[in-house]
Design a protein around this ligand. Structure first.
Ligand code: PEP
Ligand code: MG
Length: 931
């Protein structure tokens, strides 16, 4: 190809006077088209909603005097109008487009449709937020059988010109004229013609086709379009332009764009803008090229210019990966002038936008053009580093730095991840809910005891269950990850896994699990894959993906420093950056952050992550520890209160010891201990073998065990004999638990440890339930104080987790010293949706029907459950001004729910230990946003 491109360089800009840099531009009523280029622009970045992200940033860059090929943006309002008026345009639009096109011609020094010196344009979509690849684009528009001569003359290369022409006809045919394959088995009609041509010419690569060949292709493309659609390919550039504009607006409503919007919560009514811009070519020869770059490294955040480029190429060549692009630093040698200019632009953009930018550029015959800039996407680690660096560089204040890191991005720093290259090469065989973030790989075990045994042998294990129950707890603890076929985001598996910091994929209903054969099947693309016990699988609890085989994982640096203590802080740069960010977060937030933890080791992890107390200690989880399940079962199987008391007496010292250990770790921080909550049958085995074992242990007939289990059977156990109802009907259980708490507290104090127990009564709907239970607790406290002579502090409060409790919060606050919102049950009971069975319909409820914007068990349903919470806060505080308010449902670790909790005035949120940093940052965001 010829490299004499001097002819192609547009004449020196005759552009309009540069806009005054400081002036902010507003939307002009009745204006639909906004010009940019030639050192001037009608719009700027503040008009993102109207001009779309791409259009607004092109306008901003042009306003900054950067080399942006001139063009104009047709606003998103026109898209809305187009759909509201049966695909018609506002009456003044044509005139505005004409005027702006004339302006573009002036700046470019070329004319649209001119035979000698034709202006060619690109027509691209651009919504408010980037929707990569979802909508349509047409390049090289303005070419026809006459203007091609002008392009040949301008470029000095017939081959280049015809290649541009055939690409244009191909794109236009596809995007505007609907030339898609006719069936799934057919390939792209244009590609078929190209393939045929290559066969005829005996060549393998497109690049081996000559100008003549490409010219033939243009003719054949047009013929095929006519044969298929009955439409003559438009030779008139104006007709081409309006065809492309309509196609881009129409592409807002293609299936893929609709699906993408749903997945990314982008409202339908935003619409897209259309950007019409002078074409510049990176494939004009060896002094042309194209590339993408980030103003800092998007993976690490390092303050280096990062990117890649290809000489003599178009944008799609960089993306398609056919040729390997060069690192941006290599441009210094190849085109030092453009490289230096890019470095200047990099500095200018960062100073101007005060954030890391992602840019696209093209060099046409040695002349650099900027085609796009936007805030660059980045990893969690990079987000932290960039925020810290930019604060140190005095580009942004620290509060803004804090807001730049999304709370969820922290989880990338806290969880193990798959080795990126290995994950990329793996293909998922199923997908469930992303219930416990992180990556895990291990051998499959289908039973908790097998998982334990395998782990003892040193294997990494993934425990696979249809669903888990409290009996599986030890197997869950032994496993690296947990995979279930049923259950939602607050199912047993999900919440226990999160609390333990285990990776979990729940509700993966494509799995057919056969416990007896110790196998699972999953059908992928019509083929059944069978996985047997002991075979490797890998699960990604951040995406919900399940993979066959082993994918290596990398541990988190932060966890190695804080929890495992296998890494020194000074050897862990990511940890140091995390710690610095957390100092800011703690300075900014109002709400306190506590942990849901029920074992001393979990409490220690929680403190390492910054917990300021325990917000929920589920005492029933403690009954599954060593030596406790037997007396627990004995208590449940007892025939009368005396027998129950005997069994409870065996439990007392065991629970006391556990509480004492928790108090010791928590060192005077508040610890909210919830009395027993789940239905009793959950503590009994449901298989005959397990029942026989208990009968033997207790020396009673197996039939008695069976009868008792049958008697305890409930149709709706979640609405049955559970929560405070257990302690009201069997007060001796409450007495034992209260005693264990207070004796544990007294012993801890005696050993020099400060304590602050908060006894929490679950599932209260009526104030009398709380009155009766509190009276009992206070009586035990008084007795223990008297017996030990130790005046430990304590308080008694309740969970607000059923609607009646929330509605009568004013009365309840007359007795309760604190409320903790149990939003798992409050969601279940307010929505009337079972937290354990909802997966089947909640997924389509959210994804397809858009009934809820997010899974209400993951993120608070603010219009329903949230209103009950607001009511309860207002009534509760009116009755008791110093009422302490918190949340301990799983929502306490969800950033948007944390922000809601701040808005309604809660004192603290409580979440699983590994989510504490996320909640701390979310609470800081909430406080900063409130200001
Ligand atoms: C709740 O209901 O929100 C809660 C924390 O309690 P659990 O999940 O144990 O029912
Ligand atoms: Mg509950």
């Amino acid at each position: 190809m010829s490299t004499q491109q001097t002819k192609t360089s547009p004449p020196k800009s005759k552009g309009r006077k540069p806009a005054k840099p400081a002036a902010k531009k507003g939307a002009t009523p009745g204006k639909h088209v906004y010009f940019f280029g030639g050192g001037s622009s009608d719009g700027d970045a503040s008009l993102r909603n109207l001009l779309g992200g791409k259009g607004a940033n092109l306008a901003e860059m042009a306003g900054l005097g950067l080399p942006v090929p001139s063009g104009f943006t047709i606003s998103t309002d026109v898209c809305t109008y187009y759909y509201d008026h049966g695909k018609k345009y506002p009456p003044t639009l044509r005139k505005e487009v004409e005027q702006n096109l004339a302006e573009v011609e002036k700046v470019a020094g070329r004319k649209f449709g001119d035979v000698k010196n034709p202006l060619l344009v690109s027509v691209r979509s651009g919504a408010r937020v980037s929707m990569p690849g979802m909508m349509d684009t047409v390049l090289n528009l303005g070419l026809n059988d006459r203007t091609i001569e002008g392009l040949i003359a301008m470029s000095g290369s017939a081959r280049f010109a015809y290649d541009s022409y055939r690409r244009f006809v191909q794109m236009y045919g596809d995007v505007v004229l609907g030339m898609k394959p006719e069936s799934k088995d057919e390939s792209d009609p244009f590609e078929e013609i190209i393939e045929r041509k290559k066969r005829q010419r005996g060549v393998k690569e497109d690049t081996a086709l000559t100008a003549e060949d490409l010219k033939d292709l243009v003719g054949e493309f047009k013929k095929t379009i006519l044969a298929r659609t009955g439409i003559h390919f438009p030779e008139d550039p104006q007709e081409q332009l309006w065809g492309a504009i309509s196609a881009v607006f129409s592409s807002w409503n293609t299936d893929r764009a609709i699906v993408y919007r749903k997945l990314n919560d982008i409202p339908e009514n935003w619409g897209t803008a259309v950007n019409v811009q002078t074409m510049v070519f990176g494939n004009l020869g060896e002094d042309s090229g194209t590339g993408v770059a980030f103003t800092r490294d998007p993976a690490t955040g390092e303050n280096v210019f990062y990117g890649e480029f290809l000489m003599n190429a178009q944008g799609e060549d960089v993306v398609a990966g056919i040729r390997t692009p060069l690192e941006i630093s290599a441009l210094r040698k190849i085109d030092p002038k453009s490289f230096k200019q890019l470095l200047d632009i990099r500095a200018k953009l960062e100073k101007h936008y005060r954030d890391m930018q992602d840019v696209e550029f093209t060099i046409e015959a040695g002349r650099l053009y900027m085609l796009q800039c936007r805030v660059g996407k980045r990893t969690g680690a990079a987000a932290i580093r960039i925020a810290l660096d930019m604060v140190n560089e005095k580009l942004i204040p620290w509060k803004e730095g804090l807001l730049r890191v999304k709370p969820e991005q922290l989880s990338q720093l806290l969880r193990p991840t798959f080795v990126a290259a290995e994950k990329e090469a793996a293909v998922a065989i199923a997908k469930g809910l992303n219930a416990g973030p992180g990556a895990a790989t291990g051998k499959v075990a289908f039973h908790a005891d097998d998982a334990e045994a395998m782990a003892q042998k040193g294997d990494n294990v993934i425990l696979v269950r249809i669903e888990t129950s409290p009996e599986d707890i030890r197997g869950m603890a032994a496993a690296q990850g947990i995979l279930t076929a049923r259950g939602g985001m607050t199912s047993h598996a999900a919440l226990v896994a999160r609390q333990m910091g285990k990776v979990c994929v729940a509700g993966c209903d494509a799995l057919q699990i056969d416990y007896r054969k110790r196998t699972m099947h999953v059908v992928v693309g019509g083929k059944t894959i069978t996985i047997k016990e002991g075979q490797y699988i890998s699960i990604d609890g951040s995406t919900g993906e399940v993979f066959e085989g082993q994918i290596r994982t990398e541990p988190s640096e932060v966890v190695r420093v804080l929890v495992d203590k296998t890494l020194k802080p000074n050897k862990a740069p990511h940890y140091q950056q995390y710690a610095e960010l957390m100092i800011w977060a703690d300075k900014a937030r109002r709400m306190r952050v506590r942990a849901n933890a029920d074992q001393a080791d979990q409490c220690a992890n929680a403190i390492a992550f910054g917990a300021e107390g325990v917000g929920l200690c589920r005492t029933e989880h403690m009954f599954f520890g060593e030596g406790k399940i037997e007396p627990m079962r004995e208590m449940i199987l007892a025939d009368n209160a005396d027998e129950r008391r005997k069994a409870l007496a065996k439990l007392l010292p065991l629970q006391r010891k556990d509480f004492q250990a928790i108090f010791k770790v928590m060192g005077g921080r508040p610890v909210t201990i919830r009395l027993i909550d789940p239905p009793l049958h959950e503590f009994l085995p449901h298989d005959p073998k397990g029942q026989q074992e208990i009968a033997t242990q207790l020396g009673i007939p197996a039939s008695r065990v069976r009868e008792r289990i049958e008697a305890l059977h409930e149709f709706n156990p979640m609405l049955g004999f559970r929560g405070c109802r257990l302690g009201l009907i069997y007060p001796e259980i409450t007495e034992m638990q209260a005693r264990a708490i207070f004796e544990g507290a007294a012993r801890a104090m005696k050993s020099g440890v400060q304590v602050l127990p908060e006894v929490m009564i679950p599932l209260v709907g009526h104030v009398k339930e709380l009155e009766l239970q509190s009276k009992l607790v206070h009586a035990v406290a008084a007795a223990v104080r008297a017996e030990t002579g130790i005046k430990f502090k304590y308080s008694v409060g309740t969970m607000i987790e059923i609607p009646r409790g929330a509605i009568t919060a004013g009365e309840i606050a007359g007795v309760a010293e604190f409320f903790s919102f149990g939003t798992n049950d409050l969601t279940q009971t307010t929505l009337g949706v079972s937290r354990d069975d909802a997966g089947r319909f909640l997924v389509p409820y959210v994804a397809d029907l858009e009934i809820y914007p997010r899974d209400p068990f993951e993120s608070i349903d603010q219009d329903g459950v949230g209103q009950l919470m607001r009511w309860a806060v207002d009534k509760g505080r009116a009755a008791r001004s110093n009422l302490k308010l918190g949340i301990c449902g799983e929502h306490g670790g969800d950033p948007s729910s944390v922000i809601f909790c701040d808005q309604i005035g809660l004192d603290y949120v409580s979440c699983s230990p590994f989510r504490i940093p996320i909640a701390r940052l979310a609470a800081a965001h909430a406080a900063l946003q409130a200001k």
